[in-house]
Every structure is written in C-alpha cells, then in structure tokens.
Design a protein around this ligand. Structure first.
Ligand code: ATP
Ligand code: MG
Length: 935
C-alpha cells in the first residue's frame, strides 16, 4: 500500500502540475482584499484577478496557479450555518485555482482537470460527473462546447455530463460585466455517503444528500453582460477555476470528512487532550469539535492578516468567530481559555506554506486568549438574560426574538448575534437578523462610531488639560487633579468623571468601545522606574444604598477592562481600556480594581530586583550599579555596570545570596524622606533620574538582627554597614511587605546589554515555579530518552558521549583502512596520459585527512610522473609529482579545470566541488584536462 499524501503534498502537487503546464505560481492575497471596499473578505480565488477580468489591469503572465485563502462568513457567501453541521463547508478554507487570462480555454482547462484528477491522483473515472450550463430561460446558448470536450476525455462516461441552469452553472461577477458558463466536477462517493438513505430525496449531482461531492468549479468567462440584459462575446476569454482544497484532501486521504484529514489532526488532538475524550467519543458528538477547529483556524488566519477582535465590520467577525468557538468549547466542558492551544496546532500545520502565521504567532495566541477571557466574564449573564427573553417569547407564543433585543444583548454582554441565534435555535426559536442590523446601524450612528481613536501620546495633552479645568470648575477634582495612590488602594470607588472615545469626550460608551476613563482617584500604578502599568477592571458599583435609584435595573451594570495607564497631562491620569460589557456613563459610580494577582507577580519581581542589586554589590563590588531595569509580571530584567561577563560561579553566588535573603524573611519598608537625608544615609539613587524634594525610599532589612542562620551566604553587616540595612534605595515602585513572599528567585540569563553594561534576566514566584516545572519536564524527558534515572542523567550522558567518541575513532580507522584497500585495488586502473600516470577516483566517506593519506600513498607508488585527483562527498584533493609541476601542471589548476574551487601548493592542493551532481562528470574530465594541459 502506498502512503497517503499529506495535505501539504497535495497542495504542492496541484501547484506543480500547473507550473509544468506553463503556469506562474502566484501567492494568496490577504483575507482582507486590498482596495475593494465592497467586499468584507476575500471569498474566492477570483478576487485578486478581478481587475484582469475587467480589463483594467494586466499581469506579466497569462497563466497562473494559486491556493487562495478564503472566508465565507458574511455577505453573499455565508456558509456559517453549515459549519460544524456538515463535513464539507468551512468559514475559512483554501481554494486551489488555475487561471487563464485570454490564453488557453475550455479544451485545455477540461483536459488538464481530467488528467490531474484521474492520472495524477488516480480518482476512479466512472465516479466523476461534469455539469454544464443550459439556460432554463432559454436566452443564453447552451454550453455544448464544454459538454463535447468532456465527452472526448478518455475513460469519461458520456452519460455523466449533466446540464444545470443559471443558479448552479452560470457565473457573473456583478449585475453587469464579465460572465460565463461553469462546469463543475462532482464525485460520487458511494451509497454509504448518503446521509438521507432510506428517505425520499433527490440523490444525485446537486441533489439533497451528501453522496455527491462538488470538488471543482471551472468558470469560463466569455461574455460581457450589459444593463439591458444584452450579452456580447468578450474579445479575450478567460478561465477561472476553484477547487475546495480540504475536500480534495479528504478524497485523496480516503476519509469521510474534511475534519478527518491531516489538516485538522493536530487541532483535534489538542482538543481531545483537553477533554480526555477517546476518538469514538469525539465522533459520537463531532459538531462542537468541528466548529471549534474551524473557528480556531479561521481566527488564526484572520489575526495573521491583521484583523483583530473588535466591534465592527471585519473585526466584529473575528470577535464573533472566537466567541462562538469558545462557546462550542463550553459544550465540550472547556471553560479555561483553550483556543490558543488549538491555534498552535494550526500554525504548526500551515506555517510552512503561510509564513504570516508564524510571524504573527504572538499576536494570534494573545488575541485569542484575551478575547476568551473577556467573553468568559459576561457569557453567563448574557446567556441567562437571553434565556429569560426566550422564555417570555415562548410564553407569548412567538418564535422570533426581536432584533433590537438581540442587539441589546450584544451591546451589554458582548453576545454576538450569531451566538444568540445559535441559542435561540437550540430552543427551536429564531432571531430577527434584519432587526439586529438596523439596531446596530442606529447605534453606530449615535456613537459616532467608525472613527479612529484620537490623538495618541502627548499630542492630546492640551485636550486633557481642558477636561481637567472643566472638572475643577465643577468641583469634581481638586487643584492637584486625580489622586494617585498605587501603594495602599488596589480598590478605589468613585464617580466616572469623564469618558473619552474616538478622541472626544462622550457621555456614554458601550460594549467593545475603546475608551479612556477618568476617576477622582486611582490605585493603578503608572509605568515608571521600570515597573510596568497595572491592568485590571473598572465596574459599575453593584446596587447598594449608595447608588440606589441611579439607573437601576440590569442594564446599568457594566465593566471596562483596563489594559494600560497614561498620565495624559499634568494632574490627569487616565485608565485606558475597552468596554467588555454594558454601557458606562459619565456620573455612574464605579469601582476600579487592580488585577492583584498580576500586581503581586510584579511586586515579587520588584522586591527581587532590589535584592539582586544588593547581591551584585556583594559579589561584584560597588561599581555594579543599576543602568536600567524592567519589572514585568513574568520576569525582571536588570542592567548594571560591569566590564566583563560574570562567571558561572558568580552567577550562582548571586542567585544563592538572593534566595537566602528571601528565606531570611526580611521586612520591606517604604518611607518618605527629604532627598538630602536619604542620600546622606547612603540610599542608592539612580544616575540621571530626577528626584523631587521628597523622595520615597525602600529599605530591606532583617526584622531582628540575630536573623542570619549558620552557613548562610547572607551577611547583612557586609551588605550595608549602616544600620544593618540589606538594601536601601530610592524607589517609587510597589513592593512586598516581606522578602519571603518572593518565594524563589532564578536567574534565566546573563549577557551583554551594551559596552560595559551587563544584563540579567530573572524570574520569581510563579515565574520561577513555571521555569522549574518546565526544566524538570525536559529533564524527565531526557532521562527517559537516555534510559536512566534523573539523578544519573549527567553520568549517562557523559558515558554516551564517551561511547560516541570511541565509535567515531573506530569508524574513522575502519574507513581509512577501507579507503586504503580501495586505493590498492584501484592503482591498477591508473590511466596513462602520454607518459603520466593519472588516477581520478572517488572514495566514499573519507575526510580530508584520509584523502591526504591516500595522496601520499599514491606518491609513494609514483614518486615521479604521477597525478592523482581524489574526491569524497564534495571534498577534492589533487596531487602532482614535482617533475610534472615543472612541466606546467599545477595541482590547484586541476581542481579549477574540473569545475571546483580550491588552492594549496603546486604539488598538493585541496578544494571542493559545488554540487554532488557534477562529481562523476568532474572526475571523468581529469584525464582530458591533463592531456590538454600538456599541449
Ligand atoms: P457548495 O455548493 O458546495 O457550497 P459552491 O458552489 O459555493 O460550493 P464555489 O463558489 O464554486 O462553491 O467554490 C469553488 C469550490 O470551493 C467548490 O467547488 C468547493 O469545493 C469549495 N468550497 C466552496 N465553499 C466552501 C466552503 N465553505 N468550505 C470549503 N470548501 C468550499
Ligand atoms: Mg456554497
């Protein structure tokens, strides 16, 4: 049995086949069609050639072949309803196509498609059908030309030409313009594929069941359609074909579903490893698996083409696809974000043909997970609300949910229309799509949507200064503006003072809007001193005595995800984020809450940074001063002055000292002081940093002085003589209360950052745990591979290395022996060119040393009148006895003359040949070259 071709091989076979027939391979265009505002997504191969068909553009080729990324999820082509329910429709899919622009026509197109399907791919000829066009209205001529060509194909059953009308077999680009008849190729997959077996249905090509599969559509563009319905023949006729890639792969791999091809194996494996289902269990309820795989793949390709989740247009589709995928995941019991894991498998499968996936890997994984997390916060309340509406609907004997209601669910809970409709349908009900659209339109008009976010950076400082003045005038803010306290207030209550969207101050915003929020006070840290911004949430305050009566009712609940912070102008601190549910309004009372888990990770890294700084002073000296730093949740990066790389021993000691300081459970104490005093006390200040009159200091010192334990590398007295301070720095960052909260500290890398500046990257707490767990896993894996216990891995690896070295030595000596005996046997085949003994010979598996030894051996035998050219792999050596050198033949010239490159002495040269394919030819040239040189 021959091995089944992989999807990647099948795509390549298609492309290669048409290249062999004079086609130029053209890359896919983006899913976002450039310069075509009428189209949301590229939905067929034709999109990138539209201009050529319209005659407004020309290409340097007249035949092309491609695999085009397509999305059919909106507009005229929307297959979303079929996805997951059947095995042959996707939202995202690839369309293979061959193209003729005024070049070949029906004869070649049909013959080649027949040849590829039957000769190259070996599909059974008696199972293939071809449809041709016959106008049911009788005004456009029947395409007998195509039908006749089909009947000429060898082995094609003439009764398998079937005629269909305009709907199926006539293609037009638009109301007017290029158009023509199509010829589709269908495959009869056999009775067992009939999903309606035993029922009364049309079982045939373009019938009702799944037995006959449409594989490939060949469009013959031959007319120009005018306003008045007149058709005129085009001067140049074109061929436009589209074959469903996933479908042909399913056929060639002999599986009954696109999802059972190797294109989806990786994704399904990931999902099954998460659900714990067996294959049988998966197939028993395959729909959610199919939907998740389809949507994860589509989302990955969309994000790679720059379409991130958002509120309108294309971005809405990406959001909807991700959320819908996540909801089908919940049907499989998956509640934690999981789509990024599936997307990894997609990148793995498609990355080599579509490198944009690899390039955008970070963005893909990030956007998927963020969107899932946002959705997870509202999906339950959203669906609960919807279920209420659906019950009311049923109670009043109606079956279609009002579109405005569905839009409210989107605007409030981020529940996309398509998901509301899924849920309604699960209850046997429906949602009014037109109503939803109308509501959305009204809303986007009302909120001035569509405009880009306003000025960024410092450019809008004046605008924000104006807002501040206004708020101060109305006594909403005091003279210092927004109150900033990241140290003691991770949760702050306050009135929403201002909302800024699209660069304007607005009264309210709603789901999906990018927004900047001003509150009277904030506990969110703003990036400074290397420590990154806090993130978190601002929520409407749950109804209580304080805000009773203020917009009461479920609709007043809202939430904003804060993704970054800004000091927009003096006294104005804004929370930057996105509305993830509800409709926040100016005047609402809200609570702003820092993501404390993330903040804790940051604090571990910040306090850890101070310990590291102190430890570096101990190990390297006082000159090892901070030159830059980054304190993020997942790692810390610390740059310091030091002229050379640290030794492994120094790195180990630093790590040890920091961990001892952690275990010593020291107290971390912030204090405000006069700058002069702090500096006089020896607090470390950063060169080049500006400090005010009052500074914040961070002291780390043992709670009691008899702390250090025996054998500890930590000596507080050595670290900071004054007052037994272990570390004393000027710092505005947020810190732990005690060092033991850091947990563990591990140095990940030490390297150069700039001349005289070294950089250490390290992890603490959860980051350290993850690193240990990851390394441990690798170690366990290594132990299993080398078949030893973990403790013995180093010895085992060493002994394996010894063994390999011995074997290498043995092999080399065996090869040398072998080469020698080969040489001996070949000496008899030395050719005579005039009086000269010429040996040209290939000796497999020999290195330069062996070749040199053989050359010596040759010269022993022929001290005069001898030339040897010896080669192995691409390596060549050439030896010429001295008497021949004086007759004008140099060793190096011989190598050049046979097509190689090299050099050396006149009597012994070495070099290489560029290509193994020319080796035989090169060696056979030697004698001739010698002869010519003698002339
Ligand atoms: P179908 O009737 O099966 O939906 P179609 O008539 O919409 O197909 P075309 O527009 O002619 O298909 O597209 C060309 C080819 O692309 C089809 O022959 C089919 O193999 C494939 N194809 C079309 N839609 C999809 C889809 N949603 N998912 C995967 N492949 C598709
Ligand atoms: Mg279709």
């Amino acid at each position: 049995m021959t091995k089944k071709p992989t999807g990647n091989e099948i795509r390549q076979t298609f492309i290669d086949f048409f290249i062999e027939h004079g086609h130029t391979a053209v890359p896919s265009i983006s899913l976002v069609p450039g310069g075509d505002a009428t189209l949301l997504f590229t939905n067929s191969g034709m999109v990138q050639f539209k201009d050529v068909f319209l005659g407004t553009d020309k290409r340097p080729y007249t035949r092309a072949v491609d695999s085009q990324k397509c999305m059919r999820v909106a507009g005229k082509h929307n297959d979303l309803d079929d996805v997951g329910r059947d095995d042959t429709h996707h939202t995202f899919f690839e369309m293979l196509g061959n193209w003729s622009f005024g070049d070949y026509y029906k004869k070649e197109a049909i013959a080649w498609s027949w040849q590829l399907l039957t000769d190259v791919w070996g599909l059974p000829k008696d199972k293939l059908y071809a449809t041709c066009f016959e106008d049911e209205q009788g005004s456009i001529p029947r395409d007998d030309e195509a039908a006749d060509i089909w009947k000429e194909q060898s082995g094609f059953d003439p009764s398998h030409v079937l005629f269909f009308g305009r709907q199926e077999n006539f293609w037009q680009m638009a109301e007017t313009g290029p158009c023509g008849p199509c010829s589709e190729i269908h495959l009869d997959r056999g009775e067992e594929y009939d999903n309606l077996r035993g029922t009364d249905h049309v079982c045939g090509v373009n019938g009702q069941c799944t037995r006959y599969l449409e594989l490939w559509n060949n469009v013959f563009i031959q007319y120009n359609l005018f306003n008045d319905g007149r058709l005129e023949p085009l001067p140049a006729k074109h061929v436009d074909t589209g074959m469903g890639f996933e479908r042909i792969v399913s056929v060639l791999q002999g599986v009954d579903s696109n999802y059972k091809t190797d294109l989806f194996t990786g994704s399904l494996d990931v999902l099954r490893s998460l659900t714990g289902h067996s294959e049988d269990q998966m197939y028993a309820d395959f729909t959610p698996y199919r939907v998740v795989c389809d949507h994860a793949r589509a989302a990955a390709f969309l994000i790679a083409d720059g379409v991130v989740p958002g509120n309108a247009g294309r971005n809405y589709i990406t959001r909807m696809i991700i959320r819908r995928g996540a909801r089908f995941g919940t049907k499989l019991g998956l509640h934690e974000p999981f789509l990024a894991k599936v997307a990894e498998a997609v990148i793995q499968e498609y990355g080599s043909f579509y490198p944009e996936l690899v390039k955008s890997r970070g963005a893909i994984l990030d956007n998927l997970t963020r969107e899932e997390i946002r959705f997870a916060r509202t999906i339950e309340s959203g669906t609960a609300q919807l279920e209420n509406l659906l019950s009311e609907l049923r109670a009043s004997n109606q079956n279609t949910l009002d579109g405005h209601r569905a839009f409210d669910l989107y605007a409030t809970f981020g529940l996309p229309f398509e998901i509301s409709r899924d849920i309604a349908r699960e209850h046997g009900l429906d949602v009014d799509e037109d109503g939803f659209r109308a509501a959305r339109e009204e809303h986007s008009l009302a909120s001035g949507g569509g405009k880009a976010m306003g000025k960024q950076g410092g450019e809008d400082a004046e605008f924000f200064a104006g807002i501040l003045k206004d708020l101060q005038k109305h006594k909403k803010l005091g003279e210092h503006g927004v109150d900033y306290d990241p140290y003691t207030s991770p949760r702050v209550e306050g009135e929403v003072l201002a909302l800024i969207a699209n660069g304007q101050s607005v009264q309210s915003v709603s789901f999906g809007d990018q927004v900047q929020v001003i509150l009277p006070k904030t506990g969110f840290y703003i990036e400074s001193g290397g420590q990154v911004d806090d993130t978190g949430y601002i929520k409407s305050l749950p109804l209580n005595s304080k805000n009773l009566g203020r917009g009461a009712g479920g609709g007043s609940e809202w939430e904003i995800e804060v993704t970054s912070m800004r000091r927009a102008s003096a006294g104005v601190i804004v929370h930057v984020g996105e509305v993830i549910s509800g409709q926040p309004k100016v005047g609402d009372v809200a609570i702003a809450e820092v993501d404390m888990q993330r903040r804790h990770d940051i604090m571990r890294n910040h306090t850890g940074t101070h310990l590291l700084h102190a430890a570096l002073h101990q190990v390297l000296g006082e000159h090892a001063r901070q030159a830059g730093s980054l304190v993020a949740p997942d790692r810390l990066r610390f740059d310091f002055n030091h002229p050379e790389g640290m030794t492994a021993e120094q790195i180990e000691r630093v790590e040890q000292i920091v961990n001892d300081a952690i275990a010593a459970d020291m107290e971390v104490t912030p204090k405000l002081k006069a700058r002069e005093d702090a500096i006089a006390e020896g607090a470390m200040a950063l060169f080049g940093e500006k400090y005010g009159e009052t500074v914040r200091t961070i002291t780390i010192m043992p709670a009691s002085l008899d702390m250090p334990t025996e054998g500890s590398a930590f000596h507080p007295t050595a670290a900071a003589e004054h007052e037994h301070k272990y570390s004393y720095e000027l710092c505005g960052g947020t810190h732990l209360e005690r060092t033991s909260d850091i947990g563990a500290f591990l140095i990940v890398s030490e390297g150069s950052a700039a001349a005289g500046v070294r950089r250490i990257e390290a992890v603490t707490g959860r980051g350290a745990y993850n690193l240990i767990a990851h390394r441990f896993k690798l170690l366990k894996h290594t132990a299993a591979v080398v078949k030893s216990s973990i403790e013995e891995v180093p010895f085992k690896v060493e002994s394996l290395q010894d063994e390999v070295a011995d074997l290498k030595k043995e092999l080399a000596s065996l090869r040398a022996q072998q080469a020698l005996s080969m040489m001996d046997s070949q000496l008899s085949s030395v050719q005579k060119v005039k009086d000269i003994n010429v040996l040209a010979m290939q000796i497999p598996n020999s290195n330069m040393d062996t070749l040199r030894m053989l050359a010596d051996k040759f010269r022993e035998k022929y001290p005069t009148e001898g030339i040897a050219v010896l080669a192995s792999g691409l390596t060549v050596i050439s030896a010429v006895t001295n008497d021949i050198v004086s007759r004008g033949i140099k060793a190096g010239d011989l190598i050049t003359a046979i097509g190689g490159r090299g050099g050396g002495r006149p009597n012994l040269a070495q070099g290489s040949l560029p290509d193994p394919a020319i080796m035989n030819e090169a060696m056979s040239k030697v004698a001739k070259v010698v002869e010519e040189k003698l002339k």
